[in-house]
Design a protein around this ligand. Structure first.
Ligand SMILES: [Zn+2]
Length: 135
């Protein structure tokens, strides 16, 4: 599924501070450059993605609460959050969200792209979360 097929999905964003419309996209594109592998932006295809922070969600399977540990600008946050209200990319287990800024298409947004890892049974799912540019 790509971003156009997924359509906007409204989600609350704890770190972004406002309700945002975000799409999910499962296609992770890479480019080989001089023997190194570069992650490409899911929205514009640029290879200029900067790391801004990371959020890690520790949640026992289907537990009502999750431990959220996040880092951003030399700050660390640790809190227990309602599992249904958290931005955990996993619906019922552990998750990780790497927050990124694209030098080519993020513009004034300070953080609007996330590469996520979600526990789903015995599998780990990889996906993107980001607002489409036409919002
Ligand atoms: Zn981009």
């Amino acid at each position: 599924m790509n971003a156009e097929e997924a359509g906007p999905a409204e989600r609350r964003s704890r770190d972004w501070g406002t309700v945002m419309n975000r799409v999910t996209c499962e296609a992770v594109k890479l480019e080989e450059r001089g023997g190194r592998t570069v992650l490409l932006c899911p929205r514009c295809g640029s290879g200029s993605l900067q790391h801004l922070g990371v959020a890690v969600y520790e949640r026992a399977e289907r537990a009502p609460f999750a431990l959220q540990v996040s880092t951003r600008r030399s700050n660390v946050g640790i809190e227990m959050v309602d599992a249904d209200q958290a931005d955990n990319p996993s619906a019922n287990g552990h998750g990780v969200a790497l927050q990124l800024y694209c030098e080519s298409c993020s513009g004034d947004e300070v953080q609007d792209i996330e590469l996520t890892f979600a526990q789903d049974g015995a599998a780990t799912l990889l996906a993107w979360r980001f607002p489409p540019r036409d919002l």
